[in-house]
Structures are given as structure tokens and as C-alpha cells.
Design a protein around this ligand. Structure first.
Ligand code: HEC
Length: 132
């Protein structure tokens, strides 16, 4: 139930942001490089990026148990969770990487190129099926 509450909250925040910022990117129109993110190569590169930049909070096993997870605002997402996987998608993750998640410790990643963002997307989407 907590997860559903969080989802509703984030949808509400998303709606507010979309309205208050006329220059906002319309993420629903962003083209997803479907073949690229289905490839093993993208996933492998995404794993390396993940371990370098995300594992501190999300854990090397991508299960949300990173060394720095205590004292954060929000619980780092567990990418092994099938429930998490069932409620997300490439555009949503791309958006979170681009903008961060307001009101939580999830930062934006302006240092990642577009290509790198999609590689990380490929990796985190694959974890619940293929493991970390
Ligand atoms: C400083 C700690 C920290 C780092 C580093 C971090 N995250 Fe997070 N992340 C969080 C927290 C906390 C949340 C939970 C936010 C919330 O409460 O919904 C989160 C949530 C997420 C979510 C789920 C967002 C949603 O609601 O759909 C994704 C996807 C994600 N992180 C990906 C990444 C990726 C990929 C990286 C590395 C490029 C990364 N994070 C690095 C702390 C971190």
C-alpha cells in the first residue's frame, strides 16, 4: 500500500511540475531506443555506470541496500522487485535521471549523456529478470 501511496504522490507531483513549467520537456513524447535498450551491450554498459554512480545508494546488487541508504529522503528503489518493474517504464526512468525526484534524495544526472541514460535504463529494467 505504501508503494501505491508513493506512486500517487509522484503522479501528483508530476502533474504539478508539468503545469508550472511551460518549458518542461514532454517526456511522454521522447523516443525510446527500444532495440538499443534490449541489447546485452547496453545493459552491460549500464551495469558499469550503475556500479560507479548509483550503487552507493541503490546497492551493488541493485536491491536498494546501498552503503549510503540511511538518512536519505526516501528509500532507494529496489530494482530486483517485480512490483517496481511492473509499475515503471523506460520513459519514467529517463525522466527521473534527467530531473531527479523532487522532495527525495534521488538526484538528477546532468553528467550522463543521453546514450548513457538509456544504458542505465536498460540495466535497471533488466535486473528483476536477469539479476544484477
Ligand atoms: C544519493 C543516493 C542516490 C543515488 C546516488 C541514486 N539514487 Fe536513485 N533513488 C534514491 C532514492 C532515495 C530514491 C527513492 C525516491 C522516492 O522516494 O521515490 C531513488 C529512486 C530511484 C528510482 C525510482 C524513481 C521512481 O519513482 O520511478 C530510479 C529509477 C533511480 N532511483 C535510479 C537511479 C540511478 C539509475 C542512479 C545512478 C545514475 C541513482 N538512482 C542514483 C537515491 C539515490
Amino acid at each position: 500500500m505504501k508503494a501505491i501511496g508513493a506512486l500517487i504522490m509522484s503522479l501528483a507531483l508530476w502533474a504539478c511540475n508539468a503545469r508550472s513549467d511551460a518549458m518542461a520537456v514532454d517526456y511522454s513524447k521522447i523516443e525510446v531506443p527500444v532495440d538499443r535498450i534490449a541489447s546485452d551491450e547496453a545493459r552491460d554498459r549500464g551495469r558499469a555506470l550503475f556500479r560507479a554512480k548509483c550503487a552507493l545508494c541503490h546497492g551493488v546488487r541493485a536491491n536498494g541496500h546501498g552503503a549510503r541508504r540511511q538518512g536519505l529522503s526516501g528509500q532507494p528503489a529496489n530494482f530486483q522487485s517485480r512490483e517496481w518493474r511492473a509499475n515503471t517504464g523506460p520513459r519514467r526512468i529517463y525522466r527521473v535521471l534527467s530531473e531527479g525526484k523532487r522532495g527525495t534524495s534521488m538526484p538528477a544526472w546532468p553528467t550522463l549523456s543521453d546514450e548513457e541514460k538509456w544504458e542505465v535504463v536498460a540495466y535497471v529494467l533488466g535486473v528483476s529478470e536477469d539479476g544484477p
